[in-house]
Design a protein around this ligand. Structure first.
Ligand code: CMP
Length: 426
């Protein structure tokens, strides 16, 4: 099965179906073994779950139809499995509690409700095939799966040893649940024991399942914890390699600190050392599209580009080159010929006059180096990195072409420059 990517609404919908299927999977065996009379709230819940299942079925039928339209290849051997699953899906949509309430035959309808339990397998299968499963979803599905298994085993015990007249449903269920849990975890206090062969065979079976379940649950939880810390672990590993390297070469302490801080900055910002590396395995064309999209996203949040349309943003983005600078780096030197302008994506830079006076500090989303390009003069100030900076560079040729095609943008940039020169004078 191909991995599916869900949006927020689809996640919420899967969660709703998951909870509905889980509820039925727990409640159906309980009602079956205790033969409890259907309560009013159960009728309401039963009706609601039926509605959710019908909507889900319709959604999946539409999805399957659309998928068929877009591809004429359907694996033949899977057709009969799909038909059986479809039949189970249709049957599980029927509100059996409501039917038994109005038509009687509760035993027959309760047995039919077990069909709904098959849905839980489908939901878990779906969750397994989602590309990114939110952590809350994973925790929930493990917890509910454990609860469900213990509940089924408790109900199995109640089926073998039905409740006597001297006790009530709650007490007997709790007792059975307790037995199931202590047997499954192989703790087995021995205060509740099977007293015939069927009970003993059932207990043996549960102990064997318990050992397997332990492995699955522990494995899943440790996998989840390991992946939660993956990026931190990666950054720690990289930094410790770097520290060892620098110690080996006796790198001065100041330089060591700067290098470590640089990694710290990259990891805290993007959880990886480089955006480019994350998308490096994608096909070239897709990688290129992704880079442009990332740049469009970045520059569209910058005030001077607020009024630019998508085409203009795309034109600028395709021409931008990403560079980095460290604290103290001189990005622009006063008096030099201006060959490019810069967009400060992240970090702070100081604008310093020849006298050493700092006239401005620019932050995320501001541009600099535009004056020399616009006025065709030499650089009017030094620009020095105050922190680690992520910058985008636009060459003079690209700048000229952009402002020729988008004169509105030229006026916005000119307005910024005018404001800056007034600031300088005052
Ligand atoms: P440019 O002259 O090409 O190179 C130095 C840059 O510093 C200049 O373009 C402006 O982008 C920037 N700059 C100059 N003066 C100020 C100011 N007062 N406020 C903010 N930025 C400035």
């Amino acid at each position: 099965m191909e991995k599916k990517h869900l949006n927020t609404k689809e996640y919420l919908w899967v969660a709703l179906i998951f909870w509905s299927a889980s509820f039925t999977a727990m409640e159906a065996p309980f009602s079956f073994v205790f033969k409890t009379k259907i309560q009013f709230w159960q009728l309401i819940v039963d009706g609601l779950i039926s509605i959710f299942f019908i909507l889900d079925l319709l959604y999946h039928l539409k999805e399957a139809k659309d998928a068929k339209k877009s591809s004429d290849f359907t694996p033949k051997k899977k057709k009969w499995i799909s038909l059986i699953l479809l039949l189970v899906d249709i049957l599980s949509c029927i509100p059996f509690d409501l039917l038994s309430h109005f038509l009687g035959h509760q035993d027959l309808f309760t047995a039919f409700r077990f069909l709904r339990m098959i849905r839980i397998i489908k939901v878990y299968y779906l969750i397994e095939n989602i590309t990114i499963v939110p952590k809350i979803f994973k925790i929930q599905s493990i917890a509910i799966a454990c609860l469900m298994v213990v509940n089924w085993i408790a109900c199995g015990w109640i089926f073998i040893y039905p409740m006597g007249a001297d006790t009530d449903v709650t007490t007997y269920y709790i007792k059975s649940f307790y037995w199931a849990l202590t047997t499954l975890t192989t703790i087995g206090y021995g205060d509740i024991t099977p007293h015939d062969n069927i009970g003993r065979i059932f207990t043996c079976l549960i102990m064997i399942i318990g050992v397997g379940m332990y492995g699955v649950v522990i494995g899943n939880i440790s996998r989840m914890l390991a992946s939660a810390d993956r990026y931190k672990e990666l950054s720690r590993e990289k930094i410790s390699d770097l520290v060892m390297f620098m110690k080996h070469y006796n790198v001065p302490e100041k330089l060591q600190k700067a290098a470590i801080n640089h990694y710290g900055h990259l990891y805290s910002k993007r959880l990886s050392d480089n955006d480019e590396k994350i998308i490096a395995d994608l096909p070239h064309a897709l990688q290129h599209e992704m880079q442009i999209y990332m740049k469009i996203k970045l520059i569209s949040s910058i005030p001077i580009f607020h009024n630019c349309g998508h085409k203009c943003l795309k034109d600028i983005s395709t021409r931008l080159e990403q560079i980095y600078s460290s604290p103290g780096d001189l990005i622009i030197k006063i008096g030099d010929i201006g060959t490019e302008m810069f967009i400060l994506a992240h970090g702070n830079v100081d604008v310093i006059l020849e006298s050493g006076e700092r006239i401005a500090t620019l932050h995320d989303g501001q541009i600099f180096g535009e004056v020399a390009l616009l006025k065709e003069t030499n650089r009017t100030a030094n620009v020095q990195s105050q922190t680690y900076c992520d910058l985008y560079k636009l060459t003079k040729a690209s700048f000229d072409e952009i402002i020729k095609n988008y004169p509105d943008l030229l006026s916005t940039i000119e307005a910024t420059t005018r404001r800056r020169s007034t600031d300088k004078k005052s």
